[in-house]
Design a protein around this ligand. Sequence first.
Ligand code: ADP
Ligand code: MG
Length: 233
Amino acid sequence: MIQINNLHKSFGKLDVLRGLELTIDSGKTVAILGPNGSGKTTMIKSILGLVIPQKGEILVNGNSVKNNWTYREEISYLPQIARFPENLKVKELIKMVQDLRKTLSDPEPLISLFGLEKFLDKSLRTLSGGTRQKVNVVLAFMFDSPIIIMDEPTVGLDPIAMIKLKKLIKEEQAKGKTILITTHIMSVVEELVEEIIYILEGKIYFRKSLAELNGTVKKIGLEGVIAEILEEV
Ligand SMILES: Nc1ncnc2c1ncn2[C@@H]1O[C@H](COP(=O)(O)OP(=O)(O)O)[C@@H](O)[C@H]1O
Ligand SMILES: [Mg+2]
């Protein structure tokens, strides 16, 4: 379970998170939606300890993330902007990440799923955006962690790779994992998530289960539903 209480984060004068409250139960898949700059990535980085909030508390499986590193072993993270050491070859990067994290990993099936064999000896600098994102997916999914956090995982992926990624996510769901995704792709939301959590101006603006919205989604589509809710709230 991930629990966020009264989270505040500002960068200089910019208040990004303003008292954010959120609980995600174990085994659930949720989508974090919201306009660009609403604080989604900042919230995710706070969960991972990559951003230090000024105020508030984050608990992962009941343990505060403050001054604690061990909880990160429980989380697989797919960052929005992956910064790779550009001179490394793909296979060296995979090896490096495996060595950094001591838990068991199995990259081979993922390399084969995304057809990355022919890129293993190429340096990261030479890869296209889509191929980099596939490597990013391998790095996140090669560990068997109970929590998976993905920040815009589909960016740059071609339709076939997108279908493969969705199938991977469904397999992880079937194992009972807790999954948090930010995305602007409504098909990802409709096919995969149980709840949408909408962030606006650093707070949770609304939270709805897809089951609850089902009838309306069928009529006007998910984008239409979200637009309607935004008008109501
Ligand atoms: N390290 C940083 N320094 C200064 N401003 C930042 C930093 N990280 C994010 N921001 C700003 O915080 C706001 C929220 O960013 P972000 O959490 O990335 O939004 P989202 O992921 O919802 O698009 C944006 O205005 C962004 O420019
Ligand atoms: Mg973001």
